[in-house]
Design a protein around this ligand. Sequence first.
Ligand code: GDP
Ligand code: ZN
Length: 318
Amino acid sequence: MPGPISEAVVARVDFGACVLLLEDGGLLGARARGKLMGPRKALGNTIVVGDRVRWEPTGTSGHREGEAVVTAVDPRRNVFSRRSSANRPGEQVVAANIDQVVLVASMAEPEFSRGLADRVLCQAEHAGLPARLALNKVDLAPQSGDAAPQSILDDYLRAGVPGHCLCAKTGEGLDDLRRACQGRRSLFVGHSGVGKSTLLNALVPRLQLLEGAVNEKTGKGRHTTTAAILVRPEPDYELIDTPGVRVFALWGIGPRDLDHAYREFRPFLGACRFGDCRHAGEPDCAVRAATDAGTIAPRRYASYVKLLSELEDERDPA
Ligand code: GDP
Ligand code: ZN
């Protein structure tokens, strides 16, 4: 056992319990000290995957050997959140203290979902996080034209989001993505079916073992479908795997600040004729002009207008 007070990173949270990843790679099941818990006795957002925490061994008899109690959570550098899809809408912090968001999407089966991609990228921008696009199943895509992977990646490159053409089945592009993930902590997010598991297993050959070891520590069987999970295949190389999503609802971004979440719009904000321009058809709009000039990708602009009207409808239901 390390000293009486030690630090660790949270690898998984399961209602009132969590799993800690220690500096030496060891895993420890832990509970939170009572005063850290919310009124519902669930951890909610109090302790999330990626949190750096202080812990003490429980030591008292009656506890399972190797259990710990989390006594404090360090301040977070950043959080990546979404709006909870549960009955009670609210913030769901997916993970904290992240270095980059890797959005996994596929070219086909399922087809590339611009709406989901742009929501995830907006949320990353809102969190102040760099993002990259991992475009999988390029073997199923046309090789030229507007629907080709390069054309899609080009839209995002202009938005400051680098991308990768990948085929998880053959391994194409994997080395580049692996290099882009080494030395940092990456959060992987994607629509279900895009091949995220295939991709992560190819990136990290021992992934299933590592995830299995974390899951075993919860002592509650496999509730993995709803939980994010952090693994560290090598020192300084960490991945956070999240369950595939079907919808992704924004948290903390409203219709008034959506334009700031489209990173490539920023240089033009403030240059429109109207100070409260929504960039959705107003005259002398600088964002629109930048789109017509080709600086902003027309498909990104179109997705902004669509997302804006969805957010306005939500706020102001007809
Ligand atoms: P997940 O839900 O995102 O974790 O997706 P899976 O990894 O389970 O993959 C979904 C399906 O896509 C499986 O049938 C995979 O074999 C297939 N798949 C994954 N990567 C590729 C790829 O690069 N090309 C093709 N054609 N199929 C792939
Ligand atoms: Zn405007």
